[in-house]
Design a protein around this ligand. Structure first.
Ligand code: ZN
Length: 275
């Protein structure tokens, strides 16, 4: 038997992007491991969101060390104490100085889970400073013509939609979105994007959303290092898991996987202005 027949190479898969990850929150050795095998898993790059000034600086450093692998977004995550006036001033000034390095403003939004927790413990919660912070970030995005990465679920999403309209922001990505049918319809109509995490494999609410949301306004993400359940239980969240999310979305939509991957990839590049 001839030994010069080489095995068939596995056909190259259409790459994907992880549209939302907290990459700087991983340990240094985990980050190295992810970067080393990212493209072996057909993940071209990640959109790395920030939660405060320190994480913005860390994400920028990582993005500059690995060009083309990580695109950083700068912002202030809403599920924590609002920054002091001085802290916010420093953050905005830093964002201003590094505006040409940022792909988007994010992660920003409203503190749904902190508010829920306060209510469960019978504590009051003042939402007003969070809305003011959100408005400041939206003004920054508008001024610099940047997309926004939003943490806004359930009832908060309607309030955020109002603010987006008020500040005339069209490029909005509601990451890991969950909400009512009327909010979903409003967001779809406004041209806003949503992204599916690996919980699209097992969470009914997300599967229902994936069925109805316009195919040209969806992306896949991990929100890593946030851990997942179901088939991902006990695993460190890795951007390769968007491959599973893409396969689940393809089957929910009833379209071939290669086509689904191309749609998800192109949507992400288009939304973030990478085309
Ligand atoms: Zn996030």
């Amino acid at each position: 038997m001839s030994s010069d027949i080489s095995p068939l190479k596995q056909p190259e898969r259409q790459p994907l992007m992880d549209a939302h990850i907290h990459f700087e929150m991983y340990e240094a050795d985990e980050r190295t491991a992810i970067l080393q095998d990212l493209r072996e898993h057909s993940i071209e790059a990640m959109i790395g969101v920030s939660k405060d000034l320190e994480s913005c600086q860390e994400n920028l450093k990582l993005a500059e060390s690995y060009p083309g692998y990580l695109y950083p977004a700068f912002g202030y995550h809403p599920e924590q104490k609002v920054p002091s006036e001085a802290e916010l001033k420093r953050l905005l000034q830093w964002m201003d100085e590094h505006v040409d390095k940022m792909i988007a403003v994010g992660e920003i939004g409203l503190p749904y889970y902190s508010r829920l927790e306060a209510a469960e413990q019978g504590q009051s919660f003042d939402l007003k400073p969070y809305i003011l912070l959100m408005e400041t970030m939206l003004q920054f995005a508008k001024k610099h013509d940047k997309p926004v990465v939003l943490h806004a679920v359930y009832d908060d999403a309607d309030q955020v939609c109002d603010l987006l309209e008020q500040y005339e922001i069209k490029k909005a990505h509601f990451h890991w979105f969950k909400g009512s049918a009327s909010t979903i319809a409003r967001m779809a109509e406004s041209g806003y994007f949503v992204s599916f995490t690996p919980d699209i494999l097992y969470e009914e609410e997300i599967i229902d959303l994936a069925r109805v949301y316009p195919a040209d306004q969806v992306m896949v993400e991990t929100d890593g290092p946030w851990p997942f359940k179901g088939p991902f239980s006990g695993q460190t969240t890795h951007p390769r898991m968007v491959n599973d999310a893409a396969a689940a979305w393809a089957s929910i939509q009833g379209i071939p996987l290669a086509k689904a991957r191309a749609i998800l990839y192109n949507n992400t590049r288009r939304f973030y202005g990478l085309t």
